[in-house]
Design a protein around this ligand. Structure first.
Ligand code: F6P
Length: 551
């Protein structure tokens, strides 16, 4: 049967008609029409309360969302995901990040291998290693305990562990600290190792492929640093371990086989923090807390599988974002955690969403005629209020926002959390409610402005409102809640990919850049290399670099 995009479905057309009916209704009217609106447009699971009442949705909208979800067969695709079917068509692979946190004994056989056993063995290997490092039993070349972990990795081998390690900073134990080197820019390497000493430092070379240029170059620099600063060659195995699916390449680099932690082809990099890629995190918070992180993600998995659509947090958030992107033409989505410890989360969710859903052809290669993944960005509140919230409130671009906020802080200082929480709620309300011209004029009038001043100033003070946002409220940012939160976004991204019929688990778009990067790199290292194959801009810039480098 010829490919039928979702946009040709009755469910999509019904939503288009509904959009025309509802889009001119101010959100503040939806609240005044229904005093219980917040209650009717909220859902909770795994320690997360989702308040999506500040979106242009009614009960009729939810029915239409569910109809679209059924048309896209989200339930069927979800069971395919969890059962290890090939959901990553272009690489002919399953995507089993959910198996990493399942920890049941039920065998799951992939390519003839029971991966349940492999995962259990990997967790045992992690637990054993973490306990030896944290207890000081694992010692460096001169008998010192390891107290600094430097993770060398990039993309999914960096962002997830970094974001969650920061999020769980209150749970770091045994004064083991983790640092992250990702960029090939020597400034990052230099900055990170500046205050470290090889005697109590251990490097984790985290690379699923063990072929990523930045990671390998940084690993080589780390080895040279270790030896150059007095580290002994004979004990290099005490200071270098690896996480990879390419055991051969890791061994060729010089990593002891016993020090290689497994990664697998059936786990995508941006979905891999639950695997030994999460080792830097486990070394700081301990394996018990790492287990709790897995438990939180597993709780969200069960919720995602079992909950009916109208109570299903990942499905609801996916449909709300499809509604914003494909019907209200939102091009970006902001993630604003009102929690300093979650300041790294937007960067992880950027890769999760944009590398998964930044696609332009369907799973079977048909060109997509509608928008897909949004531009994901964000930063910690309340900082953003003094940087980009102006655009949220009065810009011409519509930017839906996910506000993430805990009821309790790990670090109470005076009334700071009251103020932080109040700011989060105020930003959410102002985006929805806004300020009309009449309200602006009456405000200026009651503060004694002249009519002329009022006519000049009032239009500048109007806030259109009707700007959609979600509140994700938690009691406290515990390992369980963080696990559930990241899993929530993983499944939201997955649901959107099913609606759009795109593959969220491959990333062919980054291959060409790597290849041309290698070609230009060759031209920069050898001035004799021909560059005529490049455009004149690239050629002239290579020439400037060559001149500056004057070999
Ligand atoms: O180039 C993109 C990418 O493959 C990401 O998907 C991945 O997380 C990152 O590079 C690092 O890959 P690896 O873990 O194989 O070094």
């Amino acid at each position: 049967m010829a490919y039928q995009p979702i946009t040709h479905s009755g469910a999509w057309h019904a939503l288009q008609k509904h959009h025309a009916e509802i889009s001119s209704t101010p959100l503040r009217d939806l609240f005044s029409d229904d005093p219980r609106r917040q209650e009717n447009f909220s859902a909770q699971a795994a320690g997360i309360h989702l308040d999506y009442s500040k979106n242009p949705v009614t009960s009729a909208t939810l029915e239409l969302f569910e109809h679209l979800a059924d048309t896209a067969n989200i339930k069927r695709q979800t069971s395919a995901l969890f059962n290890g079917e090939v959901v990553n068509l272009s690489e002919n692979r399953p995507a089993l990040h959910t198996a990493l946190r399942c920890r049941k004994n039920k065998p799951l056989v992939i390519d003839g291998v029971n991966i349940t056993t492999e995962i259990a063995d990997a967790l045992k290997q992690m637990r054993h290693f973490v306990s030896k490092i944290q207890s000081g039993q694992w010692q460096g070349y001169n008998g010192k305990a390891i107290r600094h972990i430097v993770n060398i990795g990039i993309g999914g081998s960096y962002l997830g562990p970094m974001a969650v390690a920061e999020a769980l900073r209150p749970y770091w134990t045994h004064d083991v600290q983790c640092h992250f080197i990702a960029n090939i820019d020597g400034s990052e390497f230099t900055e990170i190792v500046k205050n470290l000493h090889p005697e109590n430092t251990l490097f984790i070379i985290a690379s699923k492929s063990f072929g990523t240029q930045e990671t390998l170059k940084n690993a080589i620099a780390a080895k040279a640093w270790y030896l150059g600063k007095g580290g002994e060659e004979a004990h290099i195995d005490k200071h270098f371990v690896a996480v990879s699916s390419n055991i051969l390449k890791a061994k060729q680099f010089g990593i002891d086989e016993a020090n290689i932690f497994p990664m697998w082809d059936w786990v995508g990099g941006r979905y891999s923090l639950w695997s030994p890629i999460g080792l830097p995190l486990a070394l700081t918070i301990g394996m018990d807390n790492f287990d709790r992180l897995l438990d939180g993600a597993h709780a969200m998995d069960n919720h995602f599988i079992d909950a009916p659509f109208k109570q299903n947090l990942p499905a609801l958030m996916a449909m709300l974002q499809v509604w914003q992107i494909n019907f209200f033409s939102a091009q970006s989505q902001a993630i604003i955690p009102y929690d300093h410890c979650l300041r790294g989360l937007p960067a992880h969710l950027q890769q999760l969403e944009m590398e998964s859903n930044g696609k332009r052809v369907s799973q079977t290669g048909a060109p997509i005629q509608h928008d897909t993944g949004a531009i994901i960005w964000g930063g910690a509140g309340s900082n953003g209020q003094h940087a980009y919230h102006q655009l949220f409130h009065q810009g011409t671009h519509i930017v839906p926002v996910d506000f993430i906020v805990p009821l309790q802080s790990h670090n109470p200082v005076n009334d700071h959390h009251d103020i932080l929480f109040a700011n989060c709620l105020s930003q959410s309300r102002v985006m929805m409610h806004g300020k009309t011209l009449a309200e602006a004029e009456s405000e200026l009038r009651s503060s004694g402005h002249s009519e002329q001043q009022i006519s000049q100033l009032a239009p500048q003070k109007v806030i259109p409102g009707n700007r959609s946002n979600n509140i994700l409220l938690t009691d406290k940012m515990t390992p369980q809640v963080i696990g559930a939160l990241v899993a929530l976004y993983e499944h939201k991204v997955f649901c959107q990919s099913v609606i759009w019929d795109i593959n969220p688990f491959d990333q062919w778009g980054v291959e060409l850049g790597k290849q041309i990067g290698d070609d230009i790199g060759d031209a920069l290292s050898d001035p004799q290399t021909s560059i005529t194959q490049f455009d004149s801009s690239t050629q002239s810039l290579i020439k400037k670099y060559r001149a500056a480098k004057n070999y």
